[in-house]
Design a protein around this ligand. Structure first.
Ligand code: GFB
Length: 343
């Protein structure tokens, strides 16, 4: 049976991870495409999903039968703190347009991407699929969090009122090829890799923002991508599903920075800027439900150090080879080079 699978946000970190899975996992396997499927990866240059008319045109053009909805305004904690209204409004508009247009076009299934950062700040750990709405989110990203929480509410409403098969995936902090390396707006790992690379190149101290004591649970984008493909074929409940490594694999920002220092090969001075925010201190999530559902597959997470080393060396080697170009650019060159790495 033919299926048209539309990936919104398809040119970003997770979208490109899914593209890699589609190109490399065996056809008809748990984590690969199936016969007769066409996977369509679209980015913001093709349609502004904040605009309903443009969203409809996109659906008219591709006639999707399934949607993996990744498109969002995203950023690290400092971008979230600086632009709460933009994170709220852009995501509200994008999500309403995509979900409602998918409903109007009778799309058979939509999986939307949330994040464990939308959970309450004060809640009993570990986070699980039942706790999303049990309290206010951390103040650092309340715009993003409230917009994303509504995706779960809206999916449930389509299910209840119309029987639509809409659901949500909840990853932890994602990293990997095609990440955003912009120093101000990036998530912690690409920001640290970029800053560590600059410290190594310019022989300056490597400064990690915050105390380094906050904890995060990281998932490699290529592991996450396989889980999205599997979920599309094998998960049919409106209840969200956490896509995460085990809660015992949460590490401190200091441990993450140590791993970056090792991967980049930096030997200089290393400091913490405690005037900068730690954001939410911790948010360990359980993957018990996921592991139960995956028990008949051979899925394995890539260990953090190995994934980081592979990704970072890929970035670093490419950057090293193109060193002059990246150093003489206004910053965009560095980003372009790093985001275009790895086959
Ligand atoms: O990835 P990140 O920005 O996002 O990580 P969140 C923030 C943590 O890393 C804080 C520390 O403890 C920071 O103090 N950190 C250290 C740095 N150096 C840096 C740096 O150079 N850049 C950044 N960005 N952090 C975001 C949410 O939260 O996570 C979003 O705000 C989101 O809404 C995303 O969904 C997954 O994990 O704090």
């Amino acid at each position: 049976m033919s299926a048209q699978i539309l990936i919104t946000g398809g040119t970003g970190l997770v979208g490109q991870g899914i593209k890699y899975a589609i190109e490399t996992e065996p056809v008809n396997s748990h984590f690969g495409k199936r016969d007769g499927e066409e996977w369509i990866f679209i980015g913001s240059s093709e349609a502004d999903l904040r605009n309903k008319g443009q969203t409809e045109k996109l659906f008219e053009k591709y006639q999707p039968t399934h949607v993996i909805h990744l498109a969002a305004r995203v950023g690290g904690v400092f971008a979230n703190m600086a632009r709460k209204l933009d994170f709220l409004r852009d995501n509200l508009l994008i999500n309403d347009n995509v979900l409602h247009t998918a409903h109007e076009f009778k799309v058979k299934k939509v999986i939307s991407c949330l994040s464990t950062c939308v959970y309450p700040d004060k809640v009993e750990y570990p986070l699980d699929e039942t706790k999303i709405h049990l309290g206010l989110p951390h103040e650092s990203n309340f715009g993003y969090s409230h917009a994303k929480r509504l995706v779960d509410i809206q999916s449930r409403a389509y299910k209840e009122q119309f029987g639509d098969n809409f659901t949500s995936a909840i990853p932890t902090s994602v990293f990997g090829p095609h990440d955003n390396f912009d120093l101000e707006s990036a998530h912690v790992l690409p920001a640290l890799i970029h800053r560590c690379y600059l410290s190594k190149t310019n022989n300056t101290p490597f400064v990690v923002w915050g105390s380094g004591k906050a904890q995060r649970q990281f998932i490699y984008s290529r592991d996450l991508a396989k889980l999205f493909v599997w979920m599309l074929h094998s998960y049919d409940s409106v209840e969200p599903l956490i896509l995460s490594v085990g809660e015992d694999e949460e590490i401190t920002i200091k441990q993450a920075a140590d791993a970056v220092v090792k991967a980049v090969g930096f030997k200089g001075e290393y400091q913490f800027d405690t005037t900068k925010s730690d954001g939410q201190f911790l948010k360990p999530a359980t993957n018990k439900k996921l592991l139960g559902l995956l028990k008949d597959t051979d899925f394995r997470f890539t260990p953090f150090d190995r994934a980081l080393m592979r990704w970072c060396n890929g970035s670093y080697k490419t950057t090293w080879m193109l060193g002059q170009a990246s150093r003489s650019s206004d910053g965009h060159g560095f980003k372009a080079i790093l985001t275009s790495q790895m086959p």
